[in-house]
Ligand binder design. Structure first.
Ligand code: ZN
Length: 436
């Protein structure tokens, strides 16, 4: 079957995925070697060639068969072979008529993905069966790719050997280890806070239950796209969750394809204890990409200009410089206080932002007084000078959400406290170091 004509679209496909780095002749030769000499299936061969030349197999477009990890959520004419990791059915309403559909999770040796079969499977099939799906499509649903099997798709049971063995069990994961892109996780946690909101999605308005959960290792924000009846203080085990990040903060998400079990109250420490914050190093925060309610013990090494008494554009809130907003021109700015500084804990550095209330606390007086002082001295920079005197080289304990972007980590402080240094302890540590 591997004649030149049949291979041509795939050669072009590889060529495109590799940005025409190789000649068509080179690709054809490599492809033939994989197919004829190694006896590798076409899809695998294409992926291998693209990977070998440092391309992304996800850029392959002409469908042979996609591996689950390569499904991006915009595919048409999608073919795959997968195991039914979970299989459920439910009744939905389509144009006022009840209709039964299947949904669940598909898995192969590269990962798992939720699916919906808009026509209920026409043959006997159960969890653990291996199926071949032709002409499905993928879209984004609850923020992650999903496979849709429609009336135009065909599905058949196939030999289990056609999909390599893989571990389809949800992987246990502690909250401190959550990373962007993780899938099919099993998490045991206590709900510290939960609220319901209505959100607008591409598929209309949906209920979202979100909040904070915690285990012995830390806290995380969560999003549940289904009403599991979660309440504050519940201990739950969630199987089949996934991680999406918001500005670097990993968020644990799950929907109705997840399995959720309520556990006894002694499975985790009490909420008050879990709420207590654990100190994180800046390098650990950088590795993770961000965190909610992080506690950082670090020294303030710099106060950036634009700290202290500032004036904001009443239209857009941008800081006014020399009486003008970058967007709105000359404006009468509203006074505000803030600190924009750099914290360093020896493992790394991050930008810390303190709002008006926190800055007032640090200064020991309010905005009114800051304005009076600046007027007296006829200089608005005096407040920033004072903050520098007060904060630079001071060890601080700062609590707040840490986000990340291309400029690095940013901690939006909820609390800043001067950290009393235990002089005796430090002396002892120093002595120990000298002795070593
Ligand atoms: Zn403005």
């Amino acid at each position: 079957m591997n004649n030149k004509k049949e291979l041509a679209p795939h050669i072009e496909d590889i060529n495109r995925a590799l940005n025409e780095k190789l000649s068509e002749e080179q690709i054809e030769e490599e492809l033939q070697t994989y197919l004829d000499v190694y006896g590798v299936p076409l899809g695998t061969a294409k992926r291998a060639i693209v990977k070998k030349h440092e391309g992304d197999p996800g850029d392959l477009y002409v469908s042979t068969e996609k591996k689950i990890e390569d499904i991006q959520g915009d595919e048409q004419g999608l073919n795959l072979k997968a195991r039914l990791v979970s299989l459920n059915d439910k009744e939905i309403e389509v144009e006022g008529e009840p209709k039964k559909i299947n949904y669940g999770i598909l898995g192969d040796d590269t990962g798992t993905i939720p699916f919906t079969a808009w026509e209920i499977f026409s043959f006997d099939v159960e969890k653990g069966d291996t199926i071949s799906v032709q002409n499905a499509y993928a879209n984004m649903w609850n923020d992650k790719p999903q496979v849709n099997i429609s009336s135009k798709s065909s599905v058949s049971l196939i030999d289990p050997d056609e999909v390599p063995d893989f571990d389809s069990e949800a992987q246990p994961c502690k909250l401190e280890d959550l990373r962007e892109g993780m899938n099919n996780l099993k998490v045991k946690a206590r709900i510290l806070q939960v609220e319901k909101k209505m959100v607008n999605t591409k598929n209309g308005e949906k209920e979202l239950f979100s909040g904070t959960l915690a285990d012995e290792t830390g806290k995380a924000q969560f999003s549940a796209w289904y009403d599991f009846g979660l309440e504050e203080d519940d201990i739950v085990e969630i199987e089949g969750g996934y991680v999406r990040s918001w500005r670097g903060i990993p968020q644990f998400s799950f929907d109705d394809s997840a399995e959720l079990e309520f556990l006894d109250d002694d499975e985790l420490p009490p909420a008050e204890e879990l709420r207590e914050k654990t100190v994180m190093t800046i390098s650990a925060l950088a590795k993770r990409g961000g965190a909610v309610d992080a506690v950082v013990d670090a020294v303030m090494i710099d106060i950036k200009s634009g700290s202290g008494l500032i004036f904001r554009c009443p239209e857009c809130g941008r800081v006014v410089q020399k009486g003008a907003c970058r967007v709105h021109g000359k404006v009468e700015g509203d006074p505000d206080l803030r600190v924009k500084g750099i914290l360093d804990d020896g493992t790394g550095a991050l930008t810390v932002i303190a709002n008006k209330e926190l800055t007032e606390e640090l200064l020991g007086y309010d905005l009114e007084k800051a304005l009076d002082i600046a007027k007296d001295k006829m200089n608005q920079d005096v407040i920033q000078d004072e903050l520098e005197d007060e904060l630079i080289a001071q060890p601080l304990r700062t609590v707040g959400n840490v986000t990340s972007d291309e400029y690095g980590l940013m901690l939006i402080a909820d609390e800043i406290q001067f950290k009393a240094v235990d002089v005796e302890e430090e002396a002892r540590e120093l002595l120990d170091e000298v002795r070593v």
